[in-house]
Design a protein around this ligand. Structure first.
Ligand SMILES: O=P(O)(O)OC[C@H]1O[C@H](O)[C@H](O)[C@@H](O)[C@@H]1O
Length: 449
């Protein structure tokens, strides 16, 4: 089976191949630091060999739990935010029929909804209203067990689930994925007797999609977590190579860092497959939260093409030349649809008649690549043979390994996120949270100056 492939040819007009080759010893050192656990953030390296360490027993436990939810729920709400949400949604959206949610509900195939990823009163009102006549379950996901957004949503949903389905059934269809020992989610799970899964201490949120954080919701959605893990295992092997040109993660990490050193401060991750939108969102957290430190780091952004060529295309073609693009390209669609002939041909498209729609998409991709490179935008391309669980697993590990190497090349700690605490402290102070009396007084004085 072929693997995903990285092509950096369209960056070599902007950076030199020799300079890139000179990264090899540095990248090798970064990989050794990861392997030996001697670098910054070395408490959070559990993701590095997670794929190869996942046991069949663990997968069977996840699938059995998923089956309980599938058999007893019309809807399963996944409560989580950041790393406790994005990986599951990325894979589920990539694998789902774009209109599944409109199609006839099938027994044993619950609708998957998300909550706890915002503080939207209307969102939560509309969700709880929708659930009023539904047999629903909850997967409550939080590594810390204390994240406000998730806890707020879970407080609403737990009460509604117990009220609508009774305590006993609620106990059966609420599953917690959280810390082994600490946090409110763990306390509640143990007190209520929920089935629970542990998020390993040494796996940070944005690297946790291959723990039960992602695997349980993906299994409940009906997708093949064994194949997802197999893809990640394959890429774990491929990305162990010390040969820069044979290790796609290392080459991607080196190329993006050399581009950054040459003034390309913003990476735009691009898809031409709309199902990958949330995969882009997962990638943004992975790299943004890992590298945006010490006033350094490539800013991760994303676009859905060709859609956003009609909104962001102008900026990318002619704006400030501080950007580069990384295109994730799915080689073959899962379905076939051809352009029909039209007798009147008023739209002038009969020249496309009989061609696959994806042939048009691929020419849009190639035309865009040529135009943007001509316009001064370096371009990398990650080709994915097809959209399935195996290749999504490869993509996940490819980017995770690259992120670890890239963060060390940038000389930051890729595995902490101290910056996310500032807004929380202010929010708690403004809400007069108990224990924040001094902060509340100070922030009010500041606001009333
Ligand atoms: O899983 P949790 O502890 O609820 O954290 C959820 C998210 O919120 C935190 O503030 C961090 O930004 C993320 O790295 C994390 O994934």
């Amino acid at each position: 089976m072929e693997n995903i492939k990285l092509n950096i040819e369209k960056t070599l007009g902007f950076i030199s191949k020799e300079k890139l080759a000179s990264y090899e010893p540095k990248v090798k050192a970064c990989m050794e630091t990861l392997e030996k656990g001697t670098g910054l953030g070395n408490d959070f390296l559990g993701w590095l060999h997670l794929p190869s360490s996942i046991t069949q027993e663990h997968l069977d436990d996840l699938k059995a739990t998923a089956q309980v939810l599938r058999e007893n729920c019309e809807v399963v709400v996944v409560a989580g935010i950041g790393g406790s949400y994005l990986g599951a949604r990325a894979v589920i959206e990539a694998m789902s029929d774009s209109f599944a949610w409109l199609k006839e509900k099938k027994a044993g195939q619950p609708v998957i909804l998300f909550a706890g990823h915002n503080i939207g009163e209307d969102y939560l009102y509309e969700l709880t209203s929708y659930l009023q006549d539904k047999k629903f379950g909850i997967i409550n996901i939080s590594k810390s067990g204390t994240t406000t957004e998730t806890a707020l949503a879970f407080r609403l949903l737990k009460e509604q689930c117990e009220r609508q389905r009774g305590k006993e059934m609620a106990r059966k269809v609420i599953v917690a994925v959280t810390d082994a020992k600490k946090g409110a989610a763990r306390t509640t799970a143990d007190k209520e007797g929920y089935k629970s899964f542990i998020i390993p201490d040494n796996v940070g949120g944005r690297f946790s999609v291959l723990t039960p954080v992602g695997l349980l919701p993906i299994a409940v959605a009906g997708f093949d977590i064994e194949q997802l893990v197999n893809g990640a295992r394959e890429m774990e092997k491929v990305c162990a190579s010390e040969n820069l040109m044979e290790n796609p993660s290392a080459l991607y990490a080196a190329t993006r860092n050399e581009l950054y050193q040459n003034g390309k401060k913003i990476e735009i991750l691009v898809n031409f497959q709309p199902k990958l939108h949330y995969f882009m969102e997962w990638w943004k957290q992975l790299f943004g939260e890992s590298e945006g430190k010490d006033h350094k780091g490539i800013y991760p952004s994303s676009v859905d093409f060709s859609t956003d060529l009609h909104s962001m295309g102008q900026w990318i073609q002619e704006g400030e030349r501080t950007i580069y693009e990384t295109v994730v390209s799915v080689e073959t669609p899962n379905h076939e649809l051809k352009v029909p002939t039209d007798a009147e041909n008023l739209d002038g498209l009969n020249f496309l008649a009989g061609k696959r729609i994806d042939e048009v998409n691929k020419m849009a991709e190639l035309g865009t690549q040529l135009a943007h490179v001509d316009g001064g935008v370096p371009n990398m391309r990650v080709s994915v043979p097809m959209l399935n669980e195996f290749y999504l697993g490869e993509l996940i590990y490819f980017f995770e390994k690259a992120c670890g190497i890239s963060g060390y090349l940038l000389e930051v700690n890729p595995f902490n996120q101290p910056g996310v605490e500032a807004y929380k402290k202010n929010m708690f102070a403004l809400l007069n949270k108990p224990g924040y009396e001094a902060e509340s007084k100070a922030i009010q004085a500041r606001l009333n100056k």
